[in-house]
Design a protein around this ligand. Sequence first.
Ligand code: ADP
Length: 761
Amino acid sequence: MTVQQKKDKNRELSFYTHNYEHLADELKKLDLLIQLRAVAFRLKTQVMQKTAASQHVYISHEEVDRLLSQNDPFVADHPDLQKIRNQREILQNEINTRVNTTIEHGMSLALPRLARLFGLSPFELQTVIICLAPELHRKYDKLYAYLQDDITRKKPSVDLVLDLLCETEVDRWRARTIFSGHAPLFRAGILHMTDDPQNPSGSSDLARFLKLDPRILNFFLGNNSIDTHLVGIAQGYNPPSTMDHVLVDPLIKTELLNLARHHFSAQKAVKKRLVFYFHGPYGVGKRDLALGICGQLNCPMLYLDIDLLLAHGSDVETLLRPAFREGLLLQAALYLGNTDVLLKEDDKAKSFFKKLAKVVEEYGWLTFLAGEKPWSPGGIFVHTVFHAVKLPVPDVPLRVMAWEKALKNQIADTGKEFAAQLANEFCLTPGQICDAAEFAQNYRASKKGQDEITLSDLYTACRNQSNQKLSELAVKIEPRYSWEDIILPEDKVAQLKEICSQVKHRYRVFGEWGFDQKLSHGKGLSVLFSGPPGTGKTMAAEVIAHELQLDLYKIDLSGVVSKYIGETEKNLSKIFQEAETSNAILFFDEADALFGKRTEVSDAHDRYANIETSYLLQKMEEYEGMVILATNIRENMDEAFTRRIRFIIEFPFPDEPSRSKIWQSHFPKEAPLGDEIDYEFLSKQFQVAGGNIKNIVLNAAFLAAENGGIIGMEHILHGTKREYEKIGKLWDEKNLYKPKSIAQHNSNQIPLNKLGGLRGL
Ligand code: ADP
């Protein structure tokens, strides 16, 4: 079939195969309208010229009579005009039939679609066509100049539109409302009104020009490039066909999808706007979920970043409006990310939400808002269904999937194994998991060349993803100690190892074996270390963090507990809130500051202190990571509190053999040690804890650095004396060291007399 035959056939069938075909017909119709106007204009000017010539006066009596008569005799009845009117009517009917049939065939035509989207009347649509014509064909520049009797006036003016579309003066007046600034054509920015450049200040509204918006012109031409005003602020996304990639709890996915489908189902008579508010931590899948829903509703999504929008400086409404208009033109859902910046209770935020609600009401159909914190609109949205959805950090199976996806192209064999381990240990969102995998890859490349990523790189990357804000509230400790450094009775070490294995197998027990269903609270791991100062409580926390490769944050409770009522809770709440996404071990030192025995309530302050204690207990039980509390005196701790702790480890004061080992373990391999260091003497003679030994050894090393460069007993003894003074312990002459064999001493050793003050030890 030839192209012509095809066209004829379609005409027979009476539907448009393409939008352009319809536009061409509309232009034909416009041509008839122009012809009508041109013929009338010509008839009028012919008569006017004749009368003016015959009477030899500037304005004839006949012309004044004609101007004052009710009807314009030339336009109304002339047979030439009637013929054109008939032609136009036939064409109009044909267009109507073809448009209807085309729509029934499920095809979309730009003009009727625009009318439907923005609620335009046929008159408004004709106005749009008049403004569209010169954008499609330059002949209209000439024709419009001719009709306006001015070669400089090539653009359509309000007056020209009224002339073309209105038969009578009253019709013209009635039609003027569509040219007011609040009328749909201008509110939606479909047309813009501009001054006549020849006469900018003096032109009345009638003389002003009308211009079709470039985005709307593109819409007619089937070009779906985003509005140029939105470039850099909004981005279009084509959704995937399935929701499989969306790593969000399947129950949430199904519920939301059902809700959206039901809301937009054809059966529903009242079409309200639908606004979802997704809130949850960074990377939890808010955008993916929205995109997944769009995919199921078969529509694209337009992403708008509020931060960028606000940074733009201009009035937000001037950008929100084109953005939502774009959503309508593309039949796309709108997604506004980062709404947290607007959750402040200030005037700017309130005004933004009001403007947003207005635009949603006008142009929105499906809108997604997304932020990290919960929010309720408090009646801002009218004629809108608002649905807030909390997206929590996904549980282990989804995290495993996220890891497998992220590592798929990076580690071929070990990827699956790593995925399970990392998912179990780090409570990260899918977005953070992607970032971590990328970080690990870059880290590997920058530090170690191009080898395959190791588990240790991934651990580093995970810690890097964890919330670093916690460092503002607590001190981050770099765990350097491992099992071989800590000297404790065997049983204590075994207990510490059990704690580690509880973290490692948390998912298996709670998740796979269903223990989380049995426990209403207390899934987190709370541990209490008690023992005298310097017995290794902090060290043990470091060993655990090192073993599990988790961050360790030390919070000094004496700094958190405030004398101001309610402040302590606020401080604690901040710590736990930040910790929630940090995956860190929280180490509360001097826990007795808060968990000391609960006082009998004697005044208001005590009562508040007890509330604070209960508050911390509750927060600890909700916290899914590990919390370690340390106290010097267990007896000082509240019984009710200690009952709820999962592990309690007593750190004993080190006995003589342990002290000996601690002494030995504190000298680094590289340190220049004298031969005669008598560990037996040191551990027997000095009843000090590991913390003191550490100080003494360090002092001795500095003394030796100043006095000869070899660490000897005299330096250690001097350091011990200083430590005794510091802790208020009595120094006894018995502490003087008598070398087992003076003769044996190393010739390199500094003679005791050279140390002056040390001799007196
Ligand atoms: P605590 O937290 O109980 O007050 P720390 O763990 O801070 O004590 O101990 C301080 C230092 O003392 C440690 O960094 C370590 O050098 C040393 N130390 C304490 N206890 C031990 C121990 N059991 N084994 C080895 N070193 C110890």
